[in-house]
Design a protein around this ligand. Structure first.
Ligand code: PBG
Length: 325
């Protein structure tokens, strides 16, 4: 066996390639929409990523659609004075996210629009649900998550993505959608979401840091991997169309295992901290950004991800990817 024969030139390397080359169709781009601003505001810990006003978000969605990226995942950030203990801004028809969904759908109806369903951006305490006795209460929270998802479906979302890590949230949402004749709206479940330090910059972006404690009573403990299968199986049973693993870098064993054992559509979310690390090192000239980004994203695909949510989606497609179709 002469292994180097397979690597001797580009033709040989392409011939022996196992994972298909990264495609624009694999990618999902996150977009932050902020209430009450004009223009756009760069996120301190994520250079190149912005909070957009409603108007700018529509323009951004249009630009993303033109690159060939098929999907965006939308996060809404209300004004601080619209936050309260029960996150009522999250299920307000006139809230920032329903408005953004309607506006984007009107201009780029073919862009697959995924709405993140959570309460942390809308609660004054920053937790992902209703707090009772110092912890997030499951039953009252999933009822509200179901209302939020229905509202986003009614506004025109193609898919909802519950990220609160409450037990039974997928079933509650699915039942609500079916009962109201929105069963065509798909669910991408954050099934395997670890409690992670890699979400740090996102909390700057979404203004959603918990004001006390942390999320370890609902997000997963990163010492566990069998639990990824259990969480995914529960969500599939409850009606998820796609399961998601998050974070991605450092969790490729989890992506691999989930795909291998369940043979179900798997997304991975390359989170804010992953973006921030690569971006910061690239800006300092410590890393070759193009090489690192393509290597990391291809790695997720090789691990088994069918969809990759990444803050690098738009930049990678515009600057570095060859096969844009
Ligand atoms: C909201 C949510 C978070 C992320 C996506 N949805 C933050 C969290 O759980 O604290 C993180 C995304 C990222 O870091 O890029 N529940």
């Amino acid at each position: 066996m002469r292994m180097r024969e397979r690597r001797k030139n580009q033709t040989a390397r392409e011939k022996f390639r196992q994972t298909q080359e990264l495609s624009v169709k694999d990618l999902i781009m996150p977009v932050f929409v902020k209430e009450g601003i004009s223009g756009k505001k760069e996120i301190r810990s994520m250079p190149g990523i912005y909070q957009f006003s409603l108007k700018e978000a529509v323009k951004e969605a249009t630009r993303i659609y033109k690159t060939g990226i098929p999907s965006i995942i939308l996060f809404g950030i209300p004004l601080a004075r619209h936050k309260d203990a029960i996150g009522s801004g999250a299920y307000d028809q006139a809230g920032i996210l329903p408005q953004a969904i309607r506006a984007i759908k009107k201009v780029v109806p073919k862009l697959n629009l995924i709405a993140d369903v959570c309460m942390c951006e809308y609660t004054s305490h920053g937790h992902c649900g209703i707090v009772k006795g110092g912890d997030v209460d499951n039953i009252s929270t999933i009822k509200i998550l179901a209302q939020i998802a229905l509202l986003y479906a009614q506004a025109g979302a193609d898919m909802v993505a519950p990220s609160a890590m409450m037990d039974g949230q997928v079933k509650a949402i699915k039942d609500g959608l079916v009962r109201n004749n929105y069963s065509k709206v798909k669910i991408m479940a954050y099934s395997v979401k670890y409690s992670s330090g890699f979400y740090g910059p996102f909390r700057d972006a979404a203004e959603s840091s918990p004001q006390f404690g942390d999320r370890r009573t609902y997000q997963m403990d990163y010492h566990n991997s069998d639990e990824a299968i259990l969480e995914s199986k529960l969500d599939i049973k409850e009606g998820a169309d796609i399961i998601m693993v998050k974070p991605a870098l450092g969790y490729q064993d989890i992506i691999y295992k989930t795909k291998k054992e369940l043979k179900f559509p798997v997304a991975c979310y390359s989170v804010s901290g992953e973006y921030a690390m690569i971006k910061a090192a690239s800006l300092k000239g410590y890393l070759d950004e193009k090489k690192i980004v393509l290597e990391a994203l291809t790695g997720f695909k090789r691990a088994g991800a069918d969809f990759i949510i990444t803050y690098y989606a738009a930049e990678a497609v515009k600057k570095w990817m060859k096969n844009k179709k």
